[in-house]
Design a protein around this ligand. Sequence first.
Ligand SMILES: NC(=O)c1ccc[n+]([C@@H]2O[C@H](COP(=O)([O-])OP(=O)(O)OC[C@H]3O[C@@H](n4cnc5c(N)ncnc54)[C@H](OP(=O)(O)O)[C@@H]3O)[C@@H](O)[C@H]2O)c1
Length: 314
Amino acid sequence: MRAISQTEFGGTEVLHEIDVPRPEPLPTEVLVRVVSAGVNPVDAKTRAGGGMADVLGKPPFVLGWDVSGVVEEAGFGVHTLKPGDEVYGMPWFPRQAGGFSEYVTAPSRHFARKPSTVDHDAAAAVPLAALTAWQALHDAVHIKSGQRVLIHAAAGGVGHFAVQFAKAAGAHVTGTASAAKHDWLRGIGADEVIDYRTTRFEDATADQDVVLDLIGGDNAVRSVRVTKPGGIVVAIPGGVSADLADAAERRGVSAIPFLVEPDGHALTEIAALIDAGRVHVEVEQVYPFTRIAAAHERQESGRAQGKLVVRVAS
Ligand SMILES: NC(=O)c1ccc[n+]([C@@H]2O[C@H](COP(=O)([O-])OP(=O)(O)OC[C@H]3O[C@@H](n4cnc5c(N)ncnc54)[C@H](OP(=O)(O)O)[C@@H]3O)[C@@H](O)[C@H]2O)c1
């Protein structure tokens, strides 16, 4: 099968196509024929030696965690999926999943049935970003109706799901984004939007119960100032720095680190929201498999609206 590999850390020039044997599913695993694979910041970061490079070790490896495709084989012990089922998932994270390949094998429970109302490109855009938003809001924070939530980078992959999940939970949602994306963000449910390029968000909002920080560094520290004492800042990229911990302690705010994990059950709930028309999946662009470097470059620009996807199946 075809896969996109690398033998050293570096820029997009290290990415190259290889031909490797198709994997075989162990008991409790499924073999999935990948139709589309989502691209995330962690792919570009890991390619360059950051991200999950500590987990994966030195190259060679095949990146890609988000896949949508069709079950080709179900291993011994798998009762919930069978060949022909359309599935999506974020298998193995943070271990190597090899999503940028024609086939992946993984525990069946890392997958869920893909939303039936969207195609594989849109389904592949969902798992990592949506699970991050879902687990941050529901598992880390236990969001409640009526709470005020500030979502930084609201127009990005994670952010646009977080806006919609927080609204579905009954929260009052404020998002930061550049002005050109404000109308769209209001359209998917943001109650208030702040143009972070012209306005310091501390001057435009206050008294948040929850902040999802998707920027890191000083942005997370500044977020403490707009959080109520007793509130929570979830530090999604980079974890909780010493500066963030100090600022949070002084204000009586909890600063919590976060790492997404595979979760087939949550993906089933997310698929139901998508199929009910309550959550929109924004795909900025779908790239052919041979143009994966362009997808990495766009990802690294930090400007994407919603998600980027690579079409694996020809
Ligand atoms: N810990 C975990 O488990 C985990 C999981 C998922 C993601 N992450 C991390 O979380 C971060 C966000 O991921 P993502 O997939 O959502 O990224 P993304 O899709 O690349 O985010 C792009 C968006 O960020 C916005 N943006 C850039 N700078 C901004 C700023 N200063 N203020 C507000 N918005 C800004 C851009 O909007 P404009 O064009 O309007 O600027 C763009 O729409 C990444 O660092 C990623 O690695 C961590």
